[in-house]
Design a protein around this ligand. Structure first.
Ligand code: SAM
Length: 443
């Protein structure tokens, strides 16, 4: 949109830009096209724009996507946009992007996110949308320059902060270009910059528990001038040896550690990080067509020869009836990064289905709820030749997820799982398809 178009639109709406909503509208069309191209370099089936305002970015974004979801807090603007864009391709939600529930968007698969963000809300918007298991795979934002510098900073400088480390664990951040105040109406009192965030590839860093990592980093940066050794109350010998292994002085501060070193530190301190993705040398009971044990064989042989064996799946529900889904870690040798039952695993030799379910629930979720049998699934190719007994439980969390096994977990209403599973079965482990069928038959 040109400046005259923005003025005309504001006159039509009989409104003045609202400062408290960060309304500074972009009127440089070349820049708008460049932002859209950075957000959606190749054509996308679906994308989301936060804070579309009068639609300066929306028009060039729509040229690059089949469908666009706009999230605008100001009802006057949301209504105005409805008359400007085709309803069959553009959905407009008048709501707050800070606490927007993006879980129903998982059914679209990974998608790009763009926005000339309201500066008062940049931080909480990023916190909501850029979590490890959100469906966003790429994000381009116009933000306050100072904020862009913090997002993109490297170790050692004053801009390197908890925000930097927490963001860069999951995203690579590039500060693309400066945006002078003159490209906005009204011109803001500060400089802006365009940042591009690209989701890191799944095994770029070793697995780490997000809650533990974020908390550790927050504590580390809470008093920047203080040495980490005393801030984290670290055991002196263990600390000296960890620092030596990382070629860091034992007197180091939070800002001296790279993102990779923060990850290593979290993995060293978090007991849940000790659980491996799979246990080498595991043995499983092999069973016949009637699920009677006939032998015990190593895991590799059971899987390599597709021998029939046993497993349990546990479905944990919360009080609202939501089902906890786990995202399998990228480090699993079978079905990495797929969504699956709340907890699942093989039986150990001689173990009963119930015993296996109690153990797996505790190992994978850190809880010991009452388990109720739901039913049994015959071994088939979808279950990986496993006979599966399914159990249900109720629990509200919190859960302690071993990061080498589980990347993340979230509760979802059953209807949303059904929609997602129908739209994108490839996002789920095939064993879960069978468990889901069983659940729908039994409940
Ligand atoms: N994208 C437009 C442009 O580039 O001209 C407008 C950008 S303006 C900086 C920020 C926009 O975000 C405004 O339209 C404002 O009403 C909207 N907004 C402010 N707070 C919001 C929130 N919490 N959730 C969603 N939209 C918000």
């Amino acid at each position: 949109m040109r400046l005259t178009d923005i003025r005309t639109a504001l006159d039509e709406l009989q409104m003045r830009p609202t400062k408290s909503l960060g309304q500074n509208f972009l009127h440089d069309q070349n820049l708008a096209r460049a932002i859209a191209a950075a957000a959606v370099p190749d054509r996308a089936a679906f994308a989301v724009e936060i804070g579309p305002g009068l639609g300066s970015l929306t028009a060039p974004l729509l040229e690059r996507c089949d469908r666009l979801l706009l999230i605008e807090k100001d009802a006057r603007l949301a209504e105005w946009l409805r008359g400007k864009f085709p309803a069959d391709r553009v959905e407009i939600l008048c709501t707050d992007a800070i606490d927007f529930d993006w879980r129903p968007l998982l059914q679209h698969g990974p998608f790009p996110l763009a926005g000339n963000l309201p500066y008062y809300a940049t931080s909480p918007i990023l916190r909501n949308w850029l979590t490890p298991c959100s469906p966003v795979n790429r994000a381009v934002f116009a933000v306050q320059d100072e904020f862009a510098a913090r997002l993109a900073a490297g170790p050692g400088g004053p801009d390197y902060s908890a925000l930097t480390v927490r963001t860069q664990r999951v995203w690579t951040v590039h500060r693309e270009r400066s945006l002078p105040p003159s490209v906005f109406h009204p011109a803001p009192g500060v400089d802006s910059a365009l940042v591009l965030l690209e989701r890191r590839t799944p095994r770029e860093f070793p697995p780490v528990r997000a809650v533990f990592f974020d908390d550790l980093v927050q504590r580390g940066f809470s008093q920047r001038r203080k040495q980490l050794k005393s801030l984290l109350k670290a055991d002196a010998t263990a600390w000296t040896s960890w620092c030596a292994g990382q070629s860091l002085p034992p007197t180091c501060r939070a800002e001296n550690l790279s993102v990779a070193q923060w990850i290593d530190l979290a993995r060293t301190l978090d007991p849940a990080a000790a659980t491996p993705a799979q246990h080498d040398g595991e043995q499983f009971d092999v069973v016949d067509e009637n699920d009677h044990v006939i032998a015990t064989r190593p895991r590799t042989e059971v899987h390599g020869k597709s021998l029939l064996h046993r497993a349990v799946h546990i479905l944990v529900f919360n009080q609202q009836g939501g089902l906890l889904l786990q995202k399998r870690s990228a480090w699993k040798d079978r079905e990495p990064s797929k969504w699956d039952s709340s907890a699942a695993g093989h039986l150990e030799p001689g173990e009963t289905y119930e015993g296996g379910a109690i153990r797996e629930t505790e190992e994978e979720l850190g809880i010991r709820p009452k388990l109720t049998p739901l039913g049994k699934i015959r071994a088939c190719s979808n279950t990986g030749q496993e006979f599966v007994e399914v159990f249900t439980a109720q629990h509200e969390g919190p859960f302690i997820l071993p990061p080498a096994e589980i990347e993340d977990a979230l509760f979802l209403p059953l209807e949303e799982i059904q929609t997602w599973l129908t739209a994108r079965p490839q996002d789920f482990a095939p064993g879960f398809w069978e468990v889901w069928k069983k659940l729908r038959v039994e409940r």
